[in-house]
Design a protein around this ligand. Structure first.
Ligand code: C5P
Length: 406
């Protein structure tokens, strides 16, 4: 072990330190110093109120970088780009995080530079809450923290102790050395994540094609397989956008979900997300046909037959395949007969790197269940896998994606 190296565990890491308006902001100075001593490059974004608690001069001196508060510099109009800050950061650390900022983060409010940066950040986000005990214990704050945790935000729990109000209880921001150590451990873990820095689009679930305000055409897809894949890629460090048709499932941790209804909506969302992506896994059961016209009132039934005229939807996978530019594309095929031949034809037609074939003839495969039996098909051949849980299938798919990216 290199003792010098160990003394600077954050060497070369970019930490965006967000400071909000809490009395605990005085501890941010020490936190900034600890991060710098550990080797990190620190840039500080303060909310306007935070400046009342600690001066920008103090933080600029300690971080050795200008402090950012406003969206632009009123003197010269220079724009402080939240997007480039979000991209620069390896970790966005908000310490102290007030109840107000946590609530805005949970609601997606973007009325200051710190919040817009948070919303643009692709890196891990850590918050160290600081507030009075009753504010911390309030159901609103606890719900906001739970929502943020559900989206992958890491929370350094506040400690019990004396508070600025004179009361004693839980709400005191964790000590700077504890927060710095937390960030160190987190970035260490991130380094070990094989898909860190990769961006993926996953489509999942069934689309819904409206006939009139009451009826629609859809299919039996539950979305379970696609959700398992999105969750697995995110666990391995990837930035995942899950374009989801109708499902009853919870969003996997750390995944950004975009809900859509129809095949047309899924097309638009997937094409948009793929622009920035390194690859896509097309797991959705997309309607191949949709009604030519959607009645704006409920269609009244008659005695005779009725005919619906359908038009073809666009093939999302084929469209992404046409704009592939060396990126990875994984497809699915659900077949009932001539399975391998059909899947091989789709592999070539849609420019998939590999296709995951499941046959409705196999017990335990396909819709709704928690298991699947699949065969991987690529240009090199066929690899049948045994029956396993959809989570294990997702892990095997992620393994194959990793090996193709190497
Ligand atoms: O041609 P088929 O529908 O069987 O192809 C299945 C594959 O293509 C799946 O990966 C599915 O998600 C994708 N697909 C699509 N858009 C469509 C139809 C299928 O992305 N309109």
């Amino acid at each position: 072990m290199d003792p010098l190296q160990d003394a600077r565990p954050l060497e070369g890491r970019h930490i965006l330190l967000g400071i909000t308006g809490s009395i605990a902001a005085y501890k941010s100075a020490l936190l900034c110093r600890l991060l710098k001593t550990a080797g990190a490059d620190v840039r500080v974004v303060m909310t306007p109120l935070a400046k009342q608690f600690i001066t920008p001069l103090t933080m600029a001196t300690l971080s050795k970088n200008p402090i950012l508060v406003e969206f632009f510099d009123p003197e010269n109009g220079a724009w402080n780009s939240h997007v480039s800050l979000g991209e620069w950061a390896d970790c966005c650390l908000i310490a102290p995080a007030t109840a107000n900022t946590l609530a805005k983060m949970a609601a997606g409010i973007a009325d200051n530079l710190l919040l817009t940066t948070y919303l643009s950040a692709r890196c891990p986000v850590v918050v160290a809450p600081a507030m009075d005990l009753d504010m911390y214990a309030h159901a609103a704050t606890q719900e906001n923290l739970a929502r943020l945790a559900g989206r992958g935000v890491q929370i350094v729990e506040p400690a019990e102790g004396e508070l600025a109000s004179g009361l004693r209880g839980k709400g005191r921001m964790a000590e700077p050395d504890e927060i710095a150590a937390f960030v160190g451990r987190l970035l260490d873990e991130e380094k070990k994540k094989p898909l860190a820095g990769r961006r993926f689009v996953v489509t999942a679930g069934a689309t819904i094609e409206p006939i009139d305000p009451v009826r629609f055409i859809s299919n039996h897809s539950s979305g379970k397989m696609g959700y398992a894949i999105a969750g697995e890629l995110a666990r391995r460090g990837a930035d995942v956008v899950l374009v989801s048709g109708r499902t009853a499932l919870d969003t996997p941790e750390g995944v950004r979900r975009v809900d859509v209804l129809s095949a047309d909506e899924m097309y638009t969302a997937a094409v948009e997300a793929f622009r920035e992506a390194d690859g896509a896994v097309m797991c959705a059961a997309v309607a191949d046909y949709t009604p030519v016209a959607v009645a704006d009132r409920k269609i009244t039934k008659g005695d005779g037959e009725m005919t619906l005229t359908l038009r073809r939807t666009r093939d999302i996978a084929a469209e992404l395949g046409a704009d592939k530019r060396g990126r990875l594309l994984v497809g699915f095929a659900l077949e009932t007969h001539d399975e391998e031949a059909h899947a091989e034809a789709k592999l070539a037609k849609k420019h998939f790197d590999f296709i995951v074939l499941n046959s409705l003839r196999d017990a335990g495969a396909g819709f709704r269940g928690d298991t699947n039996k699949v065969t991987f098909i690529d240009a090199a051949g066929r690899e049948p896998l045994p029956l396993m849980s959809k989570r294990d299938v997702a892990a095997r798919i992620a393994d194959k994606i990793e090996s193709l990216l190497k």
